[in-house]
Design a protein around this ligand. Structure first.
Ligand code: CO
Length: 147
């Protein structure tokens, strides 16, 4: 019985840990994310962000993606988004300052991205945002690496 409890506890702790290394964030037809802050434990090997669009509008008109960069780089990435265009998910192709990004999705769709946490530092300031033209002013938040 003791052994069974030990195994169960081990299983439960690993499940809890896996939960901490992933988050689901929602976006909608009102040009909003449902979170202003995401905290990722530095102990996670990888972190997964699942983006859902709970609205109904097409991605041509109300597209959203989830992009991660340092706060210092975010404005430059957004500045290049329109030129990059919809075919590139409104992100400059090959831009190394983009740490992670989903594709642009529309109402009813979802996408996810998994990235390596070893690239991130708890000392750095990160911002997540949507790079769809005009959305950055509202659709952004803090990404905190908790060490
Ligand atoms: Co958006």
């Amino acid at each position: 019985m003791k052994k069974f409890v030990a195994i169960l506890l081990t299983f439960m702790s690993s499940v809890a840990f896996a939960d901490e290394c992933a988050v689901t964030i929602e976006s909608n037809d009102m040009m909003q994310f449902n979170m202003k802050e995401i905290t990722a434990p530095a102990a996670c090997d990888t972190f997964t962000v699942k983006l859902k669009h709970t609205g109904q509008l097409d991605k041509k008109f109300m597209g959203h993606n989830w992009v991660l960069s340092t706060t210092a780089d975010a404005q430059t990435i957004v500045g290049a988004a329109l030129k990059a265009g919809a075919d590139n998910n409104y992100l400059p192709p090959g831009d190394k300052t983009i740490i992670a990004a989903t594709k642009i999705i529309g109402g009813g769709e979802q996408d996810s991205v998994t990235f390596d946490m070893s690239k991130l530092s708890s000392a750095e300031d990160y911002t997540f945002f949507c790079s769809f033209p005009g959305h950055f002013a509202i659709m952004k938040g803090s990404f905190i690496v908790k060490g």
